[in-house]
Design a protein around this ligand. Sequence first.
Ligand SMILES: *[C@@H]1O[C@H](CO)[C@@H](O)[C@H](O)[C@H]1NC(C)=O
Ligand SMILES: *[C@@H]1O[C@H](CO)[C@@H](O)[C@H](O)[C@H]1NC(C)=O
Length: 140
Amino acid sequence: MIFLVFFLISEVISTEIYIQGSMKCNLNSNFQAKLQLLEKDLIYSTSDSIKLKELGEKASHVSHNFSIKGTFEGGDGLFDTEYEPLLVIYHNCMDTPGSWGNIVRSFKAVPISAQSANFTGLTFKLDNRRDVPPNKYSHY
Ligand SMILES: *[C@@H]1O[C@H](CO)[C@@H](O)[C@H](O)[C@H]1NC(C)=O
Ligand SMILES: *[C@@H]1O[C@H](CO)[C@@H](O)[C@H](O)[C@H]1NC(C)=O
């Protein structure tokens, strides 16, 4: 009985979060993009990086499917019962050569007791979009 209780409280609770969508650039002949999945921490106003994904070089004027999956675990903070997923798309679909833009998209909070959550069918137009200063997520 004691062993059973120990097993239950030491079990790591985790949640698989899957995000799928498409992106399009209408400016350059080619562009590059990277994805970052983060967990927004509202209490400390920081964000923990969960997953990084390089998408490499992509052609403009066509839609590109993307997906990213990450495991959120350990709860979000002492008093939090939900995860706040955040997706950042870094891209150089910019009029100024050599500059990078970004798209920051937050999602509906996911209860830490959920086994999984899926956010699909998103569409993003990259063209010159820069939601936050380039160095906001400096740990990337
Ligand atoms: C993109 O993903 C969606 C959803 O999985 C799928 O229906 C669609 O056919 C995909 N498009 C391409 C071009 O792969
Ligand atoms: C998310 O998708 C996975 C894989 O298709 C599926 O196993 C899981 O049940 C889905 N979760 C929800 C909450 O829809």
